[in-house]
Design a protein around this ligand. Structure first.
Ligand SMILES: CC(C)(COP(=O)(O)OP(=O)(O)OC[C@H]1O[C@@H](n2cnc3c(N)ncnc32)[C@H](O)[C@@H]1OP(=O)(O)O)[C@@H](O)C(=O)NCCC(=O)NCCS
Length: 178
């Protein structure tokens, strides 16, 4: 478990399915994550189980973002993206936005991620129009490195993505930017 100023990042629980169902009704989240669209209870429980599987399989770390009352408000995960790279993804349930949760969750996850052995950089990909997300990234010390044109198909259409990255200590040493 990781503790921030406003949030705690903890394991997903079956009792968290209300926020998964809320996220399932968001126009964007089901298109860019494994949250199923318009999830019933069984599908929301399956989402929770998948997060535990990701940890067991070594694919990455998936955390529920919980508020002061331990109520899940969103999701954040760190996944292996290559040799010594990791990537971050996150979402906040529509009713819980603009309360600083994503910003604190990303800052908290990043503080932990940059201390992990064998990771030189942590990346995230954001559509240019998703201002909330790139503000969250910049606030957590990620730098915009460029625009990847037609990087990913979302909803059947090629989309441009900003790539953001934050170097870990080993990454900064090797790139000469100490
Ligand atoms: C993007 C998202 C995670 C932001 O979560 P949030 O908890 O509302 O963000 P925060 O409250 O921590 O806000 C962080 C900053 O972004 C700004 N912000 C948040 N949403 C914004 C929006 N829609 N438009 C402009 N700015 C926004 C806040 O004002 C704040 O700015 P500040 O740091 O200058 O004070 C949330 O809107 C979401 O889940 N969207 C759908 C899924 C998604 O886009 N995931 C990211 C994919 S790359």
């Amino acid at each position: 478990m990781l503790t921030g100023e406003r949030v705690r990042l903890r394991e997903w629980r079956e009792s968290d399915i209300a926020i998964v169902q809320e996220a399932a009704s968001d126009p964007l989240i089901p298109l860019i994550t494994t949250v199923p669209r318009l999830a019933g209870e069984a599908a929301a429980r399956a989402f929770v189980r998948r997060q535990h599987d990701r940890l067991r399989s070594g694919e990455g770390y998936a955390f529920a973002i919980a508020d002061h009352d331990d109520r899940a408000v969103g999701h954040i995960g760190l996944f292996r993206a290559g040799d010594a790279r990791a990537s971050v993804g996150y979402w906040i349930g529509p009713s819980q936005r603009r309360l600083g949760y994503a910003g604190d969750a990303l800052a908290t996850l990043t503080r932990w991620a940059v201390t992990r052995e064998g990771i030189d950089r942590v990346e995230l990909y954001v559509e240019p129009g998703n201002e909330g997300s790139w503000r969250v990234a910049e606030r957590a010390g990620y730098e915009r490195e460029g625009l990847l044109r037609a990087w990913k198909r979302i909803d059947g259409r090629p989309r441009d993505m900003y790539i953001y990255a934050r170097l870990t200590e080993s990454g900064r040493l090797s790139s000469g930017r100490v």
